[in-house]
Design a binder for this molecule. Sequence first.
Ligand SMILES: CCCCCCCCCCCCC[C@@H](O)CC(=O)SCCNC(=O)CCNC(=O)[C@H](O)C(C)(C)COP(=O)(O)OP(=O)(O)OC[C@H]1O[C@@H](n2cnc3c(N)ncnc32)[C@H](O)[C@@H]1OP(=O)(O)O
Length: 361
Amino acid sequence: MQILTPHVYWAQRHGEIFLRVELSDTKNLDISLQENNTLQFRAQGHGAKGDNEYKFSLEFLEPVRPEINHKSTQRQVDIKIKKQEERWWDRLTLQEKKPLFLAPDFDRWLDESDAEMELQAKEEEKINKISVESRVRKDPYLGLKKGYLFMYNLVQFLGFSWIFVNMTVRLFILGQDSFYDTFHTTADMMYFCQMMAVLEVINPLLGLVKTGFLPAMLQVTGRNVILFVIFGSLEEMQNKSVVFFVFYLWSTIEIFRYPFYMLACISTEWKLLTWLRYSLWIPLYPLGTVAEAVAVIQSLPIFDETRLFSLRLPAPLGHSISFSYTLQLYLVLMFLGLFFNFRHLYKQRRRRYRSRKRKVH
Ligand SMILES: CCCCCCCCCCCCC[C@@H](O)CC(=O)SCCNC(=O)CCNC(=O)[C@H](O)C(C)(C)COP(=O)(O)OP(=O)(O)OC[C@H]1O[C@@H](n2cnc3c(N)ncnc32)[C@H](O)[C@@H]1OP(=O)(O)O
């Protein structure tokens, strides 16, 4: 039997050498590292010259570690050798002239800077993994916090779903007539949900969620002013159709937002739900604000007439200052609040979809 040389392909990283020997169905494989830093390879197998005995030796440019990892598959033999020192080599062998049977393995080939980037990426991944693990380990109440948030979101979801379904069914049955008694049929549940929503301002303060305090405060305060001050305290407002539009717009977003948070608590995501949570606000938020503004404007003459919440002035200054002036100022604040929260939600949307894209590439 002739002894021949197989084709050998190589690539390196800062700490390792990879060799791929083009021999299939190898038998009697003998790979060893000699004292003179030379790798000896000998095996029977099917190579470029058919079934034969093949061998080669390579004296490495710099010292390597004695342990050699190898794996033979049906198509080839893969060998991995660790460098003694983590350093980039100019070539593989001590002899300057490259042996004829040796060629770069372009499937694995990286130049020095690419390999450095690969190394850096691996380091970053390791650091990220450690910091996530330590964060998880550091917080013994994580399960409790997630459980609380899950329950909170579930209750809100059920509450807003009840309002939404109730209003939709009544709209189908009664048509426009259903607009006028929305308050009497759904206000108790809306009071409950919106009082609970105060927790959404407290949660970021306690560090339970990553939401900013200000957007949540504007959202909850804005809605509660409409619900408790405009609708709740003025009976004249309660049978106006604007209540229907305000409640319907609020509950439409919440039946998607709360289930989205529930899934986030159990580290799950449904793409369609995420898209709805981060897109529906685009038409709903301005519409909701306009509906709320209409409610405020409709309440102004009622506050003037009833003098409810008006500020009594000392006798020489006159009677009192109507609450409607405060509400006129509030109308300005409302549109500033809309602008602020619209920008916040736009950034949240961009952050979500940008980070998603980055993860894909
Ligand atoms: C004293 C001065 C008073 C001045 C008053 C001024 C009044 C201003 C009024 C402004 C106009 C209001 C109009 C409005 O009422 C009209 C309407 O609502 S119409 C209907 C449409 N509305 C909407 O779409 C808004 C819905 N609301 C919200 O989206 C939020 O309330 C808001 C705070 C605006 C934004 O939400 P957030 O900042 O939380 O964004 P994310 O959803 O991206 O959450 C960030 C991360 O935190 C996690 N998170 C948040 N909450 C929870 C939770 N409950 N459970 C679990 N996890 C939660 C979330 O998963 C995100 O995490 P990650 O980034 O890891 O995904």
